[in-house]
Design a binder for this molecule. Structure first.
Ligand SMILES: Cc1cc2nc3c(=O)[nH]c(=O)nc-3n(C[C@H](O)[C@H](O)[C@H](O)COP(=O)(O)O)c2cc1C
Length: 249
């Protein structure tokens, strides 16, 4: 399985088998973390046993069970693109873990932050649960999933082309936006939009909620994995196509 196939099958998993993940899987994920920290300036950490952050029923709203390992998603407070990078590299880790057959879930709110160590200059943005999962979801997990997971927005709602709202989308752009539709977002709000003006495509988020920029990083990553090319950092960051997608439209 590659990362694109992982996009297709990933969904948030909240009921884990509490057994530790294998040393081989943990070593691979830790080496990815080192690589991404070096690239981004973040200080993501793998916490083998972070079960304490999910042990209080009140804190987890009873939604998670069997949680053990966590990716601690943190980085320098002073980085203006901290949250976007957390989204981008955290989602890469999620897709890597999916390739390994592990379950994952982004968690911004429903965990206990108090026992997680952070440096003075660091901000703990959120955590990602990662662990062994039963091959099929239990009835309880399916009911929770249904309650949280609302409809997916249409391609036209997520991507708008200037002056030609009814024009057919080029095939490559459709593929990219379809990959964005599969991306996780806070409470499944799918707020990230792609707007084209004068041949330049930009990724925007309203930036009215504390995790909007995390969602922005996640959406940009899904787009890039499907279409190639790179987005500039920032809200409104422009898309720079790779060689094969030199023209936007
Ligand atoms: C930044 C962020 C924070 C999230 N925080 C929580 C959370 O606190 N609790 C939770 O149960 N799910 C949380 N989620 C998971 C979303 O609810 C989930 O991704 C969304 O409903 C889409 O479902 P899917 O991931 O299965 O595609 C979060 C997702 C993101 C991207």
């Amino acid at each position: 399985m590659n990362l694109i196939q992982a996009i297709e099958i990933r969904k948030s998993r909240r009921a884990y088998d509490p057994s530790p993940i294998s040393p081989k899987q943990a070593a691979l994920l830790k080496s990815r973390i080192d690589e991404y920290n070096q690239k981004s300036g973040l200080s993501i950490r793998f916490l083998e046993d972070g079960s304490f952050a999910f042990s209080g029923i009140r804190k987890s709203y009873g939604m998670f069970s069997g949680v053990r390992s966590l990716f601690i998603m943190k980085g320098p407070k002073k980085d203006p693109n901290l949250k976007e990078k957390i989204g981008y590299f955290g989602e890469l880790l999620i897709l890597e873990a999916t390739v390994l057959g592990l379950g994952t879930c982004w968690v911004g709110g429903t965990f206990d932050r108090s026992g997680i160590r952070t440096g003075e200059d660091e901000e703990l943005v959120c955590v990602i649960t990662v662990g062994n999962i039963p091959s099929s979801q239990s009835l309880k997990e399916r009911l929770i999933y249904k309650a949280i997971h609302r409809k997916t927005k249409s391609i036209q709602e997520l991507c708008q082309l200037q002056g030609s709202p009814d024009a057919p989308f080029p095939a490559w752009l459709k593929t990219a936006v379809k990959a964005v539709r599969k991306a996780p977002s806070t409470r499944n709000t799918q707020k990230v939009m792609f707007l084209e003006k004068a041949g330049i495509l930009q990724a925007y988020v309203p930036d009215t909620y504390k995790f909007d920029r995390v969602d922005l990083g996640i959406a940009k990553l899904h787009f890039e994995l499907a279409a190639g090319g790179r987005f500039e950092l920032g809200n409104g960051g422009a898309y720079r196509p790779s060689g094969k997608e030199r023209t936007i439209l």
